[in-house]
Design a binder for this molecule. Structure first.
Ligand code: DX5
Ligand code: ZN
Length: 225
């Protein structure tokens, strides 16, 4: 029997930004375990998205934990602003131009969960020096910057390796997740799933999609024994 706690967090990047409050409430009533908020600086990634005010606006309308993903070259400059805005988890990139150890420490000091993110081509070893300072390690399963991309299956061995090296660590995945790819990531050892386009789709029945994703995950874990 598998006792790992599975968490599914819809990513607001795929929501209608003109209806942010509605999107937060939809995710909450659909049984989401939190919300993922993607911050892009048009430098670390070639796209620009939201800032601390959007996190603050989401915080006002939902009690769900907010997982804030800083795709920024210099996350150190704005980390406090995102924490002030209500982020519960701050995910920084190991490839950013800052001292990850210091920033992970700062995030924890402020009472939030500290997460370290690896781009698809960054090896698992890059995360290991920070194992004591991180509450979560995120393996990107697409190249960060845009929603709606295809899942990169070459990342699966890295997830497997991290799960073996760090049995108690929360391991998340982000990008290109649907029932099938989510199940494969769960089988490899991931337990937090950050999901954009396949949950926020036109027909709005997010509850059914989350249920279906949880069932796919449980099935793959049961198959593993
Ligand atoms: C991509 C973002 C993801 C994005 C995933 O750079 O970090 O969180 O929302 O979107 P989908 O699920 O559409 O790939
Ligand atoms: Zn993300």
């Amino acid at each position: 029997m598998n006792t790992r706690s599975i968490r599914i967090l819809p990513s607001l990047l795929a929501a209608d930004m003109g209806r942010l409050a509605e999107a937060c409430r939809l995710a909450e009533s659909a049984g989401a375990d939190g919300l993922h908020v993607d911050i892009m600086d048009s430098h670390f990634v070639p796209n620009l998205s939201m800032g601390p005010d959007v996190v603050r606006a989401a915080r006002r309308v939902t009690k769900l934990p907010l997982s804030v993903h800083l795709m920024m070259s210099r996350p150190d400059g704005l980390a406090d602003a995102f924490l002030d805005a209500g982020a519960n988890t701050l995910l920084i990139h190991v490839e950013a131009r800052c001292d990850p150890a210091a920033l992970l420490g700062r995030i924890r000091e402020r009472g939030a969960r500290a997460g370290l993110t690896l781009n698809p081509e960054t090896p698992a070893e890059a995360a290991l020096p920070y194992r004591e300072r991180a509450d979560e390690i995120l393996c990107m399963t697409v190249h960060p910057g845009f929603g709606g991309q295809s899942f990169l299956e070459e990342v699966l061995p890295k997830i497997r390796g991290l799960r073996e090296a760090l049995p108690g660590m929360a391991l998340s995945v982000d990008g290109g997740l649907n029932d099938e790819t989510t199940a494969r990531c769960a089988e490899a050892g991931a337990d937090i799933f950050l999901v954009g386009s396949s949950l926020f789709t036109a027909d709005g029945d997010m509850a059914a999609r989350i249920r279906s994703m949880r069932a796919a995950i449980q099935k793959s874990l049961a198959g593993r024994g």
